[in-house]
Ligand binder design. Structure first.
Ligand code: SPD
Length: 382
């Protein structure tokens, strides 16, 4: 058994602020990763033989780009002395491949729902010590028991959103169907001026939805049809882009894009003609989560849990949504966000839209078939 003996003294202020809890029990990274013998931050107390862990003074968060207000890092550092450095990825698969390839040094990662399932299955995540995250109680009930991580054992929902089509209102008609992308018309004014996400599961989901198939199909014939459709669509595409699709719309370089709702809504501040819609065939709904890789040291894990607790603070949760325009899983933050935000159908889709949305789910071994066909799409010259 280990306890944070000196932590209780040195972090008294943080305790008062509710930022960290001291515990001698519960799950902690020590059960997932060995404490390096040379690590000075982990000391053994003479009387009990128990170890005291102090939080790391700097940790790295591996996140999607433009997904967090940098001011949140500053406030956290002011309160705790812990500096957070950010590194970015553009897709779940990129992040997963990097970690599977042995990358270490990340204390916080932000995988989507289906990727949490994959990482749990592969033993890549540390179990959270809930005693260090008292603000967990601020989560809305529906996010306390998500199917990919019941009881928030490994992760805490960060933000949630949808995948649909953003467009320049007034320049193109409201795209009511995915046909705008999948039936490319060389005479259409937007031909060559739209992008699709550079994301295997998202782009296949759009094609499978248009074909009327399950977005998690493991039927190779259906997937081949979707691949062929994606190749056909490629003729009219300006490119695959997960990082700047909204900026290209704001600059009116492109007029339409497959992408994530919040990114379009943020870009509206630059160009008020940007609008977002979910086509009649439906779209994707997703939950991104903040988790700790199993490779994090006990010191990094404690600092990461303190930051997760900080994110769950009502004011900080509201700051997060005000910055990235994604829906919050934090009930206490929603109470601050106010009615205008909560009633925006582009952020919180109404019931009739929600029933047309599907979650991407893990497809096990079949993941490699998706990847192979995606490689075929990317290398095709239509
Ligand atoms: N700019 C941040 C975008 C985050 C999108 N994450 C959603 C992934 C769903 N597959």
């Amino acid at each position: 058994m280990k306890k944070f003996a000196s932590l209780c003294t040195t972090l008294m202020l943080l305790l008062v602020l509710g930022l960290v809890a001291c515990t001698s029990g519960g799950e902690s990274a020590e059960t997932e990763t060995e404490v390096p013998a040379s690590n000075e931050a982990v000391t053994e107390t003479e009387s009990t033989g128990e170890t005291a862990v102090e939080p790391a003074t700097e940790i790295v968060m591996y996140n999607w780009s433009e997904y967090i207000d940098p001011e949140i890092y500053t406030l956290f550092e002011q309160e705790t002395g812990i500096r957070i450095v950010e590194d970015n990825f553009s897709s779940n698969e990129e992040m997963l491949a990097k970690l599977q390839g042995g990358a270490t040094g990340y204390a916080l990662i932000v995988p989507s729902d289906y990727t949490v399932s994959i990482m749990k299955e592969e033993g890549m995540l540390a179990k959270l010590d809930h005693a260090n995250i008292p603000n967990l109680s601020n989560l809305s009930d529906e996010f306390k028991n998500v199917p990919f991580d019941p009881g928030n054992e490994y992760c805490v929902p960060y933000q949630w959103g949808t995948t649909g089509i953003g467009y320049l209102d007034g320049v193109v008609e409201t795209p009511t169907s995915w046909s705008v992308i999948f039936e490319p018309d060389p005479n259409a004014p937007y031909y060559g001026r739209y992008t699709m996400l550079d994301d295997v599961r998202e782009s296949f989901a759009a094609a499978l939805i248009y074909l009327g198939y399950d977005i998690n199909t493991t039927d190779e014939k259906q997937l081949e049809e979707a691949r062929d459709l994606l190749i056909k669509a490629k003729a009219g595409l300006a490119g695959y882009d997960s990082d700047t699709f909204e900026d290209l719309l704001a600059a009116e370089e492109n007029v339409l894009a497959h992408g994530w709702n919040g990114d379009f809504l943020v870009a509206q501040e630059e160009n008020e003609n940007i609008a977002y819609t979910i086509p009649q065939e439906g779209g994707v709904i997703w939950v991104d989560n903040v988790c700790i890789p199993a490779t994090a040291s006990p010191e990094e894990k404690l600092a990461a849990e303190m930051f997760i607790n900080f994110l769950l603070d009502p004011e900080i949760g509201a700051m997060l949504s005000e910055f990235n325009y994604y829906a919050s899983p934090n009930k206490a933050a929603e109470d601050i966000l106010g009615e205008e935000f909560l009633s925006d159908p582009a952020v919180y889709p109404p019931a009739e839209v929600r029933e047309r949305l599907q979650f991407i789910k893990p497809v096990g071994e079949f993941e490699s078939v998706y990847q192979r066909m995606w490689d075929e799409v990317k290398s095709a010259n239509p």
